[in-house]
Write a protein that binds this ligand. Structure first.
Ligand code: 1OR
Ligand code: 1OR
Length: 360
């Protein structure tokens, strides 16, 4: 028998999925079998503001789920961010290692310098050994972790779903969305982690990170290619994006240039043009929800075409090449298929494959 209740917790907008069915755990909110807690606990599946973070509740809940999803979690209304920020003194050597470890943390990207210093002050070192459980699925969130070294395996309901190899971060979900740990994280090797307590995380990071994820949610859900990503991966992508806007007629990409990233179109249209006999010929127009600039990143060649803003101000979300390589692996096949499409179009328009085929 499955019983579903949908309700609101004070201060947080969460969907409580109470499932009494042999305490069968859903993809969020279950626990790893080695957890020291008793088994007879409720499974709490949480869904927050749209489907960027989707627990997969059973089908019986789907009609109710919609109305809950329409509500937005409001971090402004969250009063979990009072009090002083912890400061852990560090040697120069420790601080240098920490700075190196957090360099590529996407969640920190939108922080001001002062906030970044607070983050560095608040982080503390934790050494781990093979077999150590850092996080157990279903527990309350205490810390958030950035990896300096070590291999860590991630399990949901005892199933291995992810591995971190000496880089990355974990433990952000429970703190961002005020929910139980979505997965278990276990060290495979000796390792070093930098931890930040929940209070500090929420005070410094919650609002900026949450806003950013919310801001890009609609865009990322509207790009068909990104359906190849899991919700969790799309959230990481949102952290990595940088907004850019261009005036009508402005050039965004110049054919032949080296590539530094790709773009998703949030608003407006762009014109793709190729050099042909001393002029530029328009080969395509792209609009909202479409992307460009991926070709040079996939082929590691110069830009195949120029791209201009058309029809008013164009708002774009830029993804740099490093984040592209880290986050868009699961979309590579789709992008390559689109590139095959470019090639056949190229033959139609110019009568030869020109400068695309020899790029691969
Ligand atoms: P947390 O605070 O919930 C467990 O504690 C952490 O595991 C979680 O934050 C993430 O930082 C990390 N789905 C959910 N959590 C994940 C995932 C993940 N991978 C790492 N964590 N998925 C893997 C996506 C490649 C989705 C699986 C359906
Ligand atoms: P890029 O990194 O080479 C220019 O920078 C971008 O224009 C390119 O990635 C694509 O994202 C985008 N052929 C080549 N590039 C195209 C094309 C295209 N359309 C958009 N771009 N063709 C148009 C097919 C409808 C084939 C050439 C005629």
């Amino acid at each position: 028998m499955a019983l579903w209740l949908v309700g609101w917790l004070p201060g947080d907008v969460v969907m409580l999925c109470l499932l009494c069915h042999h305490w069968h755990f859903q993809s969020l909110g279950g626990r790893h079998k080695d957890s020291t807690h008793t088994e007879n606990r409720l499974s709490v599946g949480l869904s927050v503001s749209g489907n960027l973070l989707a627990a997969e509740p059973p089908m019986v809940a789907s009609s109710r789920r919609k109305s809950v999803f329409a509500e937005a979690y409001d971090p402004e209304a969250d009063d979990d961010d009072d009090g002083a920020t912890a400061v852990f003194p560090k040697t120069d050597e420790q601080r240098a290692r920490l700075v190196e470890s957090v360099k590529n943390v996407l969640l920190f990207r939108s922080l001001e310098k002062e906030q970044m210093n607070q983050v560095l002050d608040a982080m503390f070192e934790r050494k781990v050994q093979p077999g150590d459980y850092i996080i157990r699925q279903g527990d309350d969130g205490d810390n958030f972790y950035v990896i300096e070294s070590g291999v860590y395996k991630v399990y949901i309901n005892d199933k291995h779903i992810n591995t971190y190899n000496h880089t990355g971060l974990f433990g952000e979900l429970a703190l961002l969305y005020n929910m139980p740990r979505a997965a278990t994280v276990q060290a495979e090797t000796n390792g070093l982690l930098w931890a930040m307590d929940r209070q500090t995380f929420r005070r410094i990071l919650l609002k900026s990170a949450f806003r950013k994820r919310k801001m890009y949610e609609e865009l990322l859900n509207s790009v068909p290619m990104l359906k190849a990503l899991q919700n969790y991966e799309r959230m990481n992508l949102a952290d990595a994006l940088v907004s850019k806007s261009y005036d009508n007629g402005e050039r965004i990409i110049k054919q032949g240039d080296a590539a530094d990233g790709m773009y998703f179109i949030e608003e407006g249209t762009v014109s793709v043009r190729m050099d042909q006999d001393d002029t530029e010929v328009e080969i395509s127009q792209l609009g909202k929800g479409q992307y460009f600039g991926e070709l040079a990143l996939v082929t590691h060649r110069p830009r195949a075409a120029s791209v201009y803003a058309t029809g008013g101000v164009v708002k774009l979300a830029f993804l740099d090449v490093k984040a592209f390589e880290r986050l868009l692996g699961p979309c590579m096949d789709i992008m390559k298929r689109n590139i095959d499409d470019y090639e056949s179009q190229l033959v139609k328009i110019f009568g030869s494959k020109n400068n695309i085929t020899d790029t691969r």
